[in-house]
Design a binder for this molecule. Structure first.
Ligand SMILES: [Zn+2]
Length: 476
């Protein structure tokens, strides 16, 4: 009888004992396993499955004791005729002057859903970030009396379709409600700390004394000044384009990114716990430090439009060759290198057009067939030249890709070639260019096709000089 009574007593206790014994790492693990379970079928944006995930987030926020930021927990929005919903919570700041300043911490909860009968569970992308933000909210809520600024905690929908959820929040907070957002942090793919060994923070240079503000001895950090990639973006985008300082936080791309194998078993929960600990410390310090400020610097790709005028420096390397329009033989190319300046004037709707000129000093060389032995012996041409290409370029709004066409002038300063001919002082022709650039750094290939003769004099052999150059440049 006695034994039985104890057994019944014990049966009543476990629920509370287990919840007391549950660590943050246990809770993080529970969240990730829930979001990344097959029953949520990959949380495709706008689906019933994503709505279930959103409901779970609401229940967590409620149990933590957060308040909804808007009238409702859900912030619905419509994009291309489809309804989506963010979950947005708030923890109000206490400082009478600073509480109207906002720190936004967000993670997208949607993923890719089901494709070709395969469930894309998205454990790292981004069950990990969503779990981390829920637990960060719990920590901040417990220490809410330390917050001077107001912290907004957001779970975004429809990131995978084009950052719709975070863009909708940026539009609402900044464009419509004119709120003073001081930092936006996106936590996206933070479940692979052990594999990468670092937590990467992109956007450090958007914060005044960013490195000092962010450094910690609790975790291994990698600082990247700006988000730069023209092809990838995360939920910081909508805020960064409105010139809010932003941090894109991630443990990197080691996980099976956008593959059905991105599963909960592969997540490093100890690392996720560390990341959450660090991010909550960071949010707390940023929200309570009156000195925290923007640096005023914005990543090139977030500037929106290119400046009207740009100037920079460039390095060039490539080849020069001779063409013999009237002969059957070819010259051989020689190595050409140099350095120069680059100027660009941007104009037109969204500055899609640019006029660029790039005066470049070149040390050119090429091989020239020896007339006495056309097929085996060559003479070497060497020349110091000032090349001035000028082109009209068509570019993407952020400058990431461009294509141009124009002309060039080539001035021969000092030349040497063991042929009894006079080299013309100036040459000209047409030029083409294509390149990519981001954050003021660019790489391009320029092609120069001569239309003028190389030698002076009516009886001189018909020779043309062409050049192809790779250029690396930096605009200031
Ligand atoms: Zn993601």
């Amino acid at each position: 009888m006695k034994k039985l009574a104890i057994f019944f007593l014990l049966a009543l206790v476990p629920a509370s004992v287990i919840s007391l014994a549950q660590t943050r790492q246990d809770r993080l693990t529970g969240h990730v396993y829930y979001f990344a379970s097959d029953s949520l079928r990959g949380r495709a944006a706008g689906s019933e499955d994503a709505a279930k995930a959103a409901g779970y987030i609401v229940r967590e926020f409620e149990s933590i004791g957060l308040k909804p930021f808007y009238d409702d927990w859900y912030m619905p929005f419509t994009k291309k005729g489809v309804r989506y919903k963010n979950v947005v919570a708030v923890i109000e700041g206490n400082d009478p002057d600073l509480k109207d300043q906002y720190i936004v911490v967000g993670a997208h909860y949607d993923h890719l859903g089901v494709k070709n009968d395969k469930i894309y569970n998205g454990a790292d992308d981004n069950a990990s970030g969503t779990a981390s933000v829920i637990e960060l909210a719990r920590i901040l809520s417990a220490r809410r009396d330390q917050l001077k600024r107001t912290v907004v905690i957001a779970a975004f929908d429809a990131e995978e379709l084009g950052l719709f959820g975070s863009t909708a929040l940026a539009e609402k907070m900044i464009d419509e409600d004119h709120l003073d957002v001081r930092l936006m942090m996106s936590v996206d793919m933070v479940g692979w700390y052990k594999a990468t060994g670092t937590l990467t923070l992109m956007g450090v240079a958007t914060i005044k004394d960013g490195k000092k503000v962010l450094e910690s001895d609790k975790i291994n950090l990698k600082f990247v000044n700006f988000e730069w990639s023209p092809v990838t973006a995360t939920d910081t985008e909508g805020f960064a384009k409105r010139h809010v300082p932003t941090l894109a936080v991630s443990t990197g791309l080691k996980s099976p990114y956008h593959k059905p194998e991105d599963d909960a078993e592969l997540i490093d929960y100890e690392g996720l716990d560390k990341v959450t600990d660090y991010l909550s410390d960071l949010t707390l310090s940023v929200a309570s430090d009156g000195g925290f400020a923007a640096s005023g610097k914005v990543a090139g790709k977030h500037r929106g439009t290119l400046p009207v005028f740009e100037a920079g420096v460039s390095l060039a390397w490539g080849n020069t060759w001779f063409k013999f329009p009237d002969a059957a033989f070819e010259g051989k190319t020689g190595f050409t290198y140099g350095a120069g300046l680059s100027f660009q004037l941007n104009f037109g709707s969204e500055r899609r057009w640019g006029l660029r000129a790039e005066p470049t000093f070149l040390r050119a060389s090429a091989r020239y067939p020896d007339e006495s032995d056309l097929y085996s012996s060559t003479l070497k041409y060497k020349g110091n030249e000032i090349l001035i290409p000028a082109q009209l370029v068509f570019q993407r709004q952020d400058g990431a890709f461009y294509l141009g066409f124009g002309g060039y002038y080539d001035h021969h300063l000092k030349t040497s070639l063991a042929v009894d001919q006079t080299i013309k002082t100036g040459g000209y022709g047409v030029s083409g260019v294509f390149g990519i650039r981001a954050a003021g750094i660019g790489m391009e290939y320029m092609w120069l096709w001569p239309t003028s003769p190389f030698f002076d004099g009516k009886s001189a052999p018909s020779v043309r000089q062409g050049t192809g150059l790779f250029k690396l440049y930096k605009y200031f």
